[in-house]
Design a protein. Structure first.
Length: 165
């Protein structure tokens, strides 16, 4: 018996690509919403931050060596552009949550906004499969740039974009 529907290999490939992007956000797309707790347990909502200026979202873990290299670069960007309204949010994806993340940032203080994503809801929403991953969001709530993995060139590219803000 013949199958009622046969898809060409091209169509099947396109369907697979589409299905793998259900919650991923890419350059040129609207940024996703989030609601994550800070160290005090107070929830920070995306609607109170995104759309008010440039925002960097960074997905981080305390045991990630590339994340540890990237953090000072993000701190430098924040220091250089905070007067112009830049906000840098670090989503700590450690499964141990605040019990792991708080001690790490006690030893490595930062001015960046650290949010807990213990259950990886925001991480999954953004389609992050590898950390570190960074999203630069413009004031129109559009992802202006994104990158997986630590890259000095990408950080330099963000700096160039922000110099024009």
């Amino acid at each position: 018996m013949k199958s009622a529907h046969r898809f060409s290999p091209v169509i099947l490939c396109l369907l697979m690509i589409i299905s793998t992007r259900l919650f991923a956000f890419e350059e040129g797309e609207q940024a996703g919403k989030f609601a994550n707790p800070d160290f005090s347990g107070r929830f920070v909502l995306s609607k109170n931050i995104i759309g008010k200026g440039w925002v960097i979202l960074d997905f981080f873990a305390t045991d990630c060596e590339a994340c540890k290299k990237e953090l000072p670069e993000l701190e430098s960007l924040y220091e250089d552009f905070k007067e112009k309204g830049l906000v840098v949010i670090v989503f700590a994806t450690d499964p141990g949550g605040a019990s792991v993340v708080k001690p790490y940032f006690r030893e490595h203080p930062t001015e960046l906004l650290i949010l807990i994503d213990r259950y990886r809801k925001t991480t999954e929403k953004y389609g992050v499969e590898e950390i570190p991953s960074i999203f630069l969001i413009n004031p129109e709530v559009v992802i202006a740039a994104c990158e997986t993995g630590y890259s000095e060139e990408f950080i330099a590219g963000i700096r160039e974009i922000l110099l024009d803000m």
